[in-house]
Structures are given as structure tokens and as C-alpha cells.
Design a protein around this ligand. Structure first.
Ligand code: GDD
Ligand code: MN
Length: 370
């Protein structure tokens, strides 16, 4: 009896994501975008860079934006710093002096209230003629033509949000992080072609300013309303919220990578728990095919990891208390499979989601250690 239950949990846990992945890859991914993409569309944009203790990155970040092959008279940069304790602000000032031919506004918050508070503050400084607002983490870097490749999608009024994939630079152990990204990139891309994806990346989140104004303040209920929550809100409003694949960003792999993944998982879970009702309360919800994507991603993020945990605990109990041979073999197989990279990556991802869900019970990590 216990054996059947465990096997059932394991089968569902693995079969749902594998089927979804296979389905997305074979059907949605192959679709055309169904959008009027215009290579010559060069809208006025405002790029918002939030910083907290980014002295190592900020000059490179600004330089990276400066070197984009995009008309500078259509770019506005806003750096919003929340009382960094290092030389971030000085670095920004120095850089502004060295590069007077691009508009940069530096906003300094006297105290650190958190990431979303800073973005909301910065949004008040976005010039009226801006068509697209881009949020980008200070420690992420784009390719030279990234802006063009992203902005051309906004030529179509149905597009509300655009993001790009991420690759790690200076990886200590190549490929592991990137296999992880590869699996998710396929899914994000397929979902995007179908209608929209609920998960955007902080390396670049581009949003139609008109829609941001309609939303008003970014909600504080998840600390990542700059990316995933905002992307989901926009998709629920009936606009396409997409990840495109012609360009990528790179970001450094940090020492505290696991802790960072837990924090981001916490925010993602909160986003899944709260965004839909938020959009409905605001009265901006429209029924679209995005609901299907949402339901599946909701299940995969919020529920599915617990099936694995339940199966593991039950199996261990079965071995300890019933000396079940079947369960022992099953557990042993599971452990041996850990030698396979993809499997290991998946299990770690599930554990991170479970730890994040538990951690959410006492802290939302709205302001994080840096
Ligand atoms: N102004 C301001 N105030 N900026 C902040 C604050 C703050 O309190 N905290 C962090 N930042 C800045 C960082 O300097 C960086 O540019 C960006 O926000 C992202 O923070 P990181 O510390 O680099 O975290 P991450 O790489 O894990 O960020 C990702 O996760 C977040 C959700 O957990 C990003 O993808 C974010 O966009 C995402 O919201
Ligand atoms: Mn970062």
C-alpha cells in the first residue's frame, strides 16, 4: 500500500514536468511569434538601474549600456541608489563626468527601504515621452545589440513586457548552472511563443510605460515585482509577456549562489500565490491563454516539489518501520541517480523550492543582505 503511494507520488512528480517540457518543446516552441516585429522600431526608453553596494560593477554596467548600438538621444538612464555603504555613488558621478553625451539621473535614497521601494521612487523620474521602461540589475551585462533585439518587439501593441535569457560568466564548474538554465529557457521561450511566461529575468525586464502607469506603484508583496510579478500582471492584463532568444545577458556566479536561489525562489512562490488575486482585485484581469501557462507553472512551483518530499519521507519511514525492500531499492536508485547531472540539478531545484516555501513562513526577504 505504502509502496504504491510512494511510486505514484514519484511518477506524478517527474511525469508532469517532463510531459510539459516535451509538449512545450514540440509544439509551442515551434510556433511563429504571431507578432508584427519591426527591426527599425527605436522607441524612447528609460533604463532604471537599482544599486546597493555595487562599486565593483556600476561603472562597467553604465559603460555596457553606453556601448549599445542604440541612438543615445532616445535613452535615459536612471540610477537609484539606496544608501550604499561603498563607493557606488562616487563611481556613478565619475562615470557621468567621463561620458557627458548620455543622459543619466542619479537618485539617492537616504535610507535603504528595499529594492521595490527604490524602483517605485525611480519610476517617478521617468520622462513623459518614454515608451518603454527597462529594469536591469547592476551586475548583469548585455550584448552590443541587445536593446535593438528586445525593443523591436514593442512595435506590436500587443507586447507588454520583454525579457531575455541569462548565462553565467566565470562559472567555477561549467555547465551545471547552464544546464539548469537551458531547461528553463526552452520552457520560457515556448510559453512566450504561445502567449506569455510568468517568469522574467532581472537582467533585463522591458515594460511598456503606458501599462506601468496603469498598474501604478509596483506591489510590495514580492520583492521581485520588477520581473516575474510585473510580467505576470501584464500577461493577466491581456498583453504578451515574453522572453526572446536572439540575445542573452551574462551575470557573475556569486559565492552565495544557493542562498540567492532560495531567496529568488521565495519571491517566485509569493508571486504565484498572490499575483492573480491582486490583478483581479485591481479589476484589470482579462481571460487569455496565459491562464493555462499560469496553472501549470503554479503547480510546478508551488505544489510539485512537495510530492517529492512526501515520497522521500514516506519511503524512509517505510524502510525504517516496515523494512520494505521495494522502498529501499527505490531510495537506493534515487541516490545513485544523483550521479546524473540533470537529475541532480532537478533535485536541488526542488529542495530549493521547498526550503523557500518554508522560509517564507517567517521572512519574505524584501531587503536582502549584500
Ligand atoms: N536601490 C536599491 N535598493 N537597489 C538594490 C537594493 C536596495 O535595497 N537591493 C538590491 N538592489 C540592487 C542590486 O544592487 C542589483 O542591481 C539588483 O538590485 C539585484 O540585486 P542582487 O543583490 O544582484 O540580487 P539578485 O542578482 O539575486 O537579483 C535578482 O533577484 C531579485 C529577486 O529576488 C534579480 O533578478 C532581481 O531583479 C530580482 O528582483
Ligand atoms: Mn545580481
Amino acid at each position: 500500500m505504502l509502496e504504491i503511494l510512494v511510486v505514484l507520488l514519484v511518477v506524478v512528480h517527474f511525469l508532469v514536468p517532463i510531459s510539459y517540457y516535451t509538449f512545450v518543446k514540440s509544439f509551442w516552441l515551434r510556433r511563429p511569434w504571431g507578432l508584427n516585429i519591426d527591426e527599425n522600431y527605436l522607441p524612447y526608453i528609460t533604463i532604471i538601474v537599482p544599486t546597493y553596494n555595487e562599486e565593483e560593477n556600476i561603472s562597467n554596467k553604465l559603460e555596457n549600456i553606453y556601448l549599445q548600438d542604440y541612438p543615445k538621444d532616445r535613452v535615459e538612464i536612471i540610477v537609484v541608489d539606496s544608501a550604499s555603504r561603498d563607493r557606488t555613488v562616487e563611481k556613478v558621478r565619475e562615470w557621468m563626468k567621463a561620458r557627458p553625451d548620455i543622459r543619466v539621473t542619479l537618485i539617492e535614497e537616504p535610507v535603504r527601504r528595499g529594492f521595490i521601494a527604490a524602483l517605485n521612487y525611480a519610476l517617478q523620474f521617468v520622462p513623459k515621452h518614454t515608451e518603454v521602461v527597462i529594469f536591469t540589475d547592476a551586475d548583469s551585462f548585455w550584448e552590443r545589440d541587445t536593446l535593438r533585439r528586445v525593443l523591436k518587439y514593442f512595435a506590436d501593441e500587443r507586447v507588454g513586457a520583454v525579457t531575455i535569457g541569462v548565462r553565467y560568466m566565470n562559472e567555477k564548474r561549467p555547465a551545471v548552472g547552464n544546464t539548469y538554465r537551458h531547461y528553463f529557457n526552452i520552457i520560457r521561450l515556448g510559453e512566450s511563443k504561445y502567449f506569455g511566461t510568468p517568469v522574467l529575468n532581472g537582467v533585463l525586464g522591458a515594460f511598456r510605460f503606458k501599462l506601468l502607469k496603469k498598474i501604478g506603484e509596483l506591489p510590495q508583496f514580492t520583492a521581485n515585482s520588477n520581473d516575474s510579478t510585473l510580467g505576470s500582471i501584464i500577461a493577466f492584463m491581456g498583453y504578451r509577456s515574453i522572453q526572446v532568444d536572439e540575445t542573452e545577458a551574462v551575470e557573475p556566479m556569486r559565492e552565495d549562489e544557493i542562498r540567492r536561489k532560495i531567496r529568488r525562489a521565495q519571491h517566485l512562490i509569493l508571486s504565484f500565490l498572490k499575483t492573480k488575486s491582486y490583478v483581479k482585485e485591481r479589476g484589470v484581469y482579462v481571460k487569455t491563454p496565459f491562464d493555462k501557462v499560469w496553472r501549470m507553472e503554479w503547480y510546478l512551483t508551488v505544489l510539485n516539489p512537495w510530492l517529492l518530499i512526501a515520497a522521500m519521507l514516506l519511503a524512509m519511514a517505510g524502510v525504517l518501520f516496515n523494512s520494505s525492500l521495494v522502498l529501499f531499492i527505490l531510495l537506493a536508485c534515487g541516490f545513485m541517480l544523483l550521479a546524473v547531472k540533470t537529475f541532480r540539478m532537478w533535485i536541488i531545484h526542488q529542495l530549493i523550492l521547498v526550503i523557500a516555501a518554508v522560509k517564507n513562513l517567517w521572512t519574505k526577504e524584501l531587503v536582502w543582505k549584500k
